[in-house]
Design a protein around this ligand. Sequence first.
Ligand SMILES: NC(=O)c1ccc[n+]([C@@H]2O[C@H](COP(=O)([O-])OP(=O)(O)OC[C@H]3O[C@@H](n4cnc5c(N)ncnc54)[C@H](O)[C@@H]3O)[C@@H](O)[C@H]2O)c1
Length: 262
Amino acid sequence: MGQGKLSGRVALVTGAASGIGRAVALQLAQEGAIVSIIDMNLEGARAVAREVESLNGKALAIQCDVSVEEQVNQTVKETAEKLGNVDILVNCAGMFVGNNSLVDMVTVDWLRTLDVHCGGTFFFSRAVVGSMKEGGRIINISSVDGVQGQVLGIHYAAAKAAVIGFTKTLALEVADKGITANAIAPGVIRTPMSQLLIEISPDFYKKIPADRFGEPEDIAELATFLASPGASYLTGQTIVVDGGLTLANPVNQFALEVMGQS
Ligand SMILES: NC(=O)c1ccc[n+]([C@@H]2O[C@H](COP(=O)([O-])OP(=O)(O)OC[C@H]3O[C@@H](n4cnc5c(N)ncnc54)[C@H](O)[C@@H]3O)[C@@H](O)[C@H]2O)c1
């Protein structure tokens, strides 16, 4: 490690103790970035930092609840003191609480979901952008649910849609500094968060044109590209990474059946 297209860059990844965030942190490190591993779960964050170090990379693990402004500011300060100013920010921390329709939605679940996904993305972006140099990158993890809605997840869909609007606006505000901001909208990715869905409906992958669930590495590949110098002209976009799931509407499914491909 050390040599790579992100050599010498400082990356901060939230939600990096598990799933997509962990895969992103490891891949950025493989490309030479120094990584600040942020999560509420300190033990998990430390374990990922050890994984990075075992690959001869450099990492720092910090415990932080992304929805708490003071903790976020302290985390960015500590990262700057120990690793340097953040060049690459990946807002990935997230959770899904309470499968309910609107009428049964519990206020505490609604507020917590917005606080973590939108609040966390806002606090971290604001905290790093002032000291971010030209070539800086902000990558926000949204969801296909933010693009097409999610029955029994109206709070989650609203939060993930907000992340997309936030990203577009941020991209415009920082473009003249040579910084880009983009969002990734994953489909069903095999992580602890999607474990229940996959357990309840193990054959769900058959509805995905790619005929498999996504893996965290599928998202990490794109995040690594967006973080790289080669992506400098790509900004304000939301890129769907779902194996074709959102294209599999009834019209296309019917046409595929007619073709004998379903
Ligand atoms: N897995 C999927 O199918 C899927 C699909 C679309 C979008 N996403 C999004 O991808 C992101 C990562 O999810 P994942 O699937 O890797 O889940 P995961 O549960 O494996 O990882 C989420 C991590 O975020 C951390 N976290 C949660 N709340 C936090 C907080 N307030 N402060 C700090 N850390 C916190 C958790 O401790 C955990 O380590 C989330 O934003 C999620 O909404 C996931």
